[in-house]
Write a new protein. Structure first.
Length: 575
């Protein structure tokens, strides 16, 4: 008998403990990077990347650094992000791209910007400026990647007078051997003086001047040559321009090259990695001042990229202006941000305890950076790349009364982060030099789920004269704040009214016995009791009260009759 009593006591204690867990149980929601990407209500300057960790991560997009330069002066934009070289295209739409089978592409891991770059594998040099006798200036197609104007608005379309222009691209040579041909543009312009490559067109009897822009490697530097490209204002004489860099280019390293022309002053400037390497002037003296020679294009001109070059190229662009400065950072210094939609935790008034996060930083220049991985804490790295986390919570997914709260992953939140819905935000900032980006792999939301309390037990109803006495055992949940009595005159229909204490349901607080008066004698009444854990304002307009209510207790019934009095039924013991 004693053992049986002990066993019952143990079961009762276990039941109390389970009831407590049912009320406030620590739970979590894990959001991987692809989940965050799909749930994003707002995102700016970020991409999803699957080549840094076993799963995908979120990090800054390198495309934003170059996007502002596309308008309004962009003439040609080749990003090489299409993946398949046969799909390479000019996003401005003014030029036609032809690619030989020897050209391949690389993915985001090796590209300087965006999701890809073009890879040249040392094709044979293109024969320089072969002209057909029947078609003035027609150049034999050749080389790995050919760019031809297909719109009369293209800057290098036939017989165009060019004023300001800029050429730029990223270069990643394998060896940078002497004589490697990076870029070439060739054309033929009617008239002018004789040239070794000039042919007489039998159909016109006129002369055609060979034109060329070429960028070749010499002693680990890039050398630019403009032949018959700059003409005098009367278009009678031409001058040749040569300009070279002074900084040696490092093989297997990305470098940015930009050459620009100012038609007002005649200045031609060559910049490497944003630093000015050399300046010359398209004037008869080669110095500032005097008559400025400007470009005029010939017929059937085309660009050839990588004609005799082994290495990668990215973000090849032509602008119809004197571009102000070179964008040499991989990532924009103003960073990026993601904000999720409202994340439903299932029930209202959950207490959000903390966020847990995992991530690191990635850098093309420093492959070790991808191993700089951590869980929780402050995501700030030695190169000043960093992530900042924010959270807010509400019981209404369309109303966020609380502002964003900055939080540190792994650290406990203040108790004010409470609600059914949670919204997360993360700010990403690159390194000081714009070369590294933080990345986010996973976020875990840890919260105490505010389940309603378990129902009371052993509900008993005793009939009286015009009243019913109810008694029950308390709910085992320690956070129970009161009970609601539901009554009615039909089974499972608890819409009763007329009782002295008011219509169904009746809030009786923490009592576990009550006499319901004002009932009709001879009418059978049905009763259930439910526990609630808290009260809150339910509707802003009518100031009604809503309750976090649990399940119903068992049903009890009684029929009040005239002449009946209180029955001395022992009440269940309170907690």
């Amino acid at each position: 008998m004693r053992n049986k009593a002990y066993f019952i006591a143990v079961l009762y204690i276990l039941f109390l403990a389970l009831g407590s867990l049912h009320s406030f149980e620590e739970r979590s929601v894990t959001l991987t990077s692809d989940t965050l990407w799909r749930m994003a209500d707002y995102r700016s300057g970020l991409i999803e990347e699957g080549m840094i960790r076993p799963g995908s991560v979120l990090l800054l997009s390198s495309e934003r650094c170059f996007a502002p330069r596309q308008a309004p002066a962009a003439d040609l934009v080749l990003t090489f992000d299409e993946g398949n070289p046969s799909h390479f295209r000019d996003s401005v739409g003014r030029y036609r791209i032809s690619v030989s089978p020897s050209v391949t592409s690389v993915d985001r891991r090796h590209a300087r910007a965006g999701s890809g770059a073009v890879l040249f594998q040392g094709s044979s040099p293109m024969a320089v400026g072969t002209f057909h006798s029947q078609v003035p200036g027609n150049v034999t197609a050749g080389g790995p990647l050919v760019i031809e104007p297909q719109s009369s608005t293209a800057l290098f379309s036939p017989n165009t007078s060019i004023r300001d222009f800029t050429l730029e691209f990223w270069l990643h040579p394998l060896t940078m051997e002497n004589g490697e041909q990076i870029l070439q543009w060739v054309s033929a312009r009617p008239g002018g003086f004789a040239h070794p490559y000039q042919r007489t067109a039998a159909t016109t009897g006129g002369h055609f001047t060979f034109q060329r822009i070429i960028a070749t490697s010499s002693r680990n530097r890039l050398h630019w040559s403009f032949t018959n490209f700059f003409s005098s204002p009367d278009r009678i004489t031409n001058i040749d321009i040569n300009i070279s860099g002074v900084t040696p280019l490092v093989p297997r390293t990305w470098s940015h090259h930009l050459i620009r022309f100012d038609a007002d002053t005649g200045m031609i400037e060559y910049l490497v990695n944003g630093r000015s390497e050399a300046i010359v002037y398209a004037t008869p003296t080669g110095r500032e001042g005097g008559e400025v020679y400007t470009p005029i294009t010939g017929e059937n001109g085309s660009f050839v990229l990588g004609g005799n070059f082994t290495g990668m190229m990215d973000e090849f662009r032509i602008h119809g202006n004197f571009a102000q400065g070179a964008v040499t950072r991989r990532y924009p210094l103003n960073g990026g941000r993601i904000e999720t939609r409202a994340i439903d935790l299932g029930v209202g008034n959950n207490q959000v305890l903390m966020l847990e996060a995992s991530g690191g930083r990635a850098s093309v220049r420093d492959v070790r950076a991808s191993r700089d991985f951590r869980r929780n804490g402050r995501f700030r790295f030695a190169d000043d790349s960093e992530m900042h986390f924010f959270v807010r919570a509400s019981n209404n997914p369309f109303r966020w009364d609380n502002p964003w709260q900055p939080v540190t992953p792994g650290e406990a939140f203040p108790r004010t982060v409470v609600g059914r819905y949670v919204q997360l935000a993360v700010d990403f900032y690159p390194s000081a030099d714009g070369e590294s980006s933080p990345f986010l792999e996973e976020i875990r939301i840890v919260f105490l789920r505010d389940d309603p309390p378990l129902p009371p037990t052993r509900l008993v109803a005793v009939a009286m004269d015009g009243a019913v006495q109810l008694t029950w055992r308390h709910s085992p949940n320690p956070n129970t704040q009161g009970y609601l009595i539901y009554y009615g005159t039909a089974d499972n229909e608890f819409f009763g009214y007329g009782a002295t204490l008011g219509p169904s349901p009746i809030n009786v607080g923490m009592r576990n016995s009550i006499v319901i008066e004002g009932l009709q004698n001879g009418t059978l009444y049905f009763f259930r009791v439910a526990a609630y854990s808290h009260q809150s304002s339910g509707h802003m307009l009518d100031d009604s009260v809503s309750y976090h209510v649990g399940e119903f207790s068992n049903e009890a019934r009684a029929r009040p009759l005239q002449g009946m009095s209180t029955v001395n039924t022992p009440l269940p013991r309170s907690r």
